[in-house]
Ligand binder design. Sequence first.
Ligand code: PBG
Length: 393
Amino acid sequence: MKFVLLSILASTASGFTILSPSFLPTSLSSSLPPLKSTPDNSDYDFSPTSGSQPALITNNNSDVWVPQRSRPRRNRKSQAVRDMVKENLVTPANFIYPLFIHEESFNTAIESMPGCERHSLDHMLVEVEEAMRYGVKTFVLFPKVPDELKTNLGVEAYNPNGIVPRAVSMIKDKFPEATVCTDVALDPYSDQGHDGVVSDGKILNDITINQLCKQVICQARAGSDVVAPSDMMDGRVGAIRDALDSEGFTDVSILAYTAKYASAYYGPFRDALDSHPGFGDKKTYQQDPSNGREALIEAMLDEAEGADMLMVKPGMPYLDIIRRLKDNSNLPIAAYHVSGEYSMLKAAVEKGWLDEKDVVLETLTCFKRAGADIILTYYAKQAAKWMAEDGLY
Ligand code: PBG
């Protein structure tokens, strides 16, 4: 259609002649106005404005003209215009900052996650304070538990003097305005390296939930604001909600790991906590990366069981799942930018192959665009700092 229109214009509109001078007899050529915006490579044997079916025409000023009314580039023409029409903005308040903690009095670097450390509890407070200075308000704690405290039933998970309850009270005492989330799953406490209780090589669903309910109450008593079940047992959100409510913790929120996939991207996290599966893999409870619709079954269940927020994990390779949950639920959606995604970026940055600030801020914005309201990321403090330096927040 456009082509036909152009041809008609070309053959009828004598005012804007579309023929290039180099293709015309000298007499005619010299009578034509020069095409101001065409490059002066007159030896080249093709001109888009020439021939019987020219691709392009010229306007009243004799400039090459694509008669295009809609030009999306107008909304990108300056920083001010781009800022005005921006659809998605990430702010530090959207972040949840995961912190690895241990009982030692020093920090330990995590080799496969450059820039991340297992914090002593004292230093955890320093890290929280710094992040809060840049506008990060929410934290999630992951403990490294000594081997001698690990059992199949994961009883250390509900030791009121365990590392997590102590860490929660320390943060809440010093920074009452911070939101503290706690991970609910047995893997840091399991001598089997699994998220649940193991029997005959199987991960038991209902017995595990029994343990998770104890863990949740222990965390809530310590002051946890949000419990985040990452175990993927069936029915755990409902059971956890009932356990919390029956103990008077109706204000404690549940951030459900709704669509948590059996992913190879968790490797560096398991290095950090020394929590690699003791045998087999996690495929009987975490989702198959091939499946998308299954995430909607999980989302419907978690919503019906009383989840306050739904999470997708990992993040970047699963943006389609984030979008599907966003379109199918009115609850806030969280994305977990997991350890392997962090490590991939760090590795490329260390090699000088990517610009860290640009690629990280783009990545986090992409989570928002895909539908994530909340972003768990090891980059939370750094990204918030960059935003502060840029005067954004
Ligand atoms: C375990 C848990 C895992 C992560 C968060 N909670 C690992 C696993 O399921 O094996 C992974 C987070 C990351 O890779 O950053 N309950």
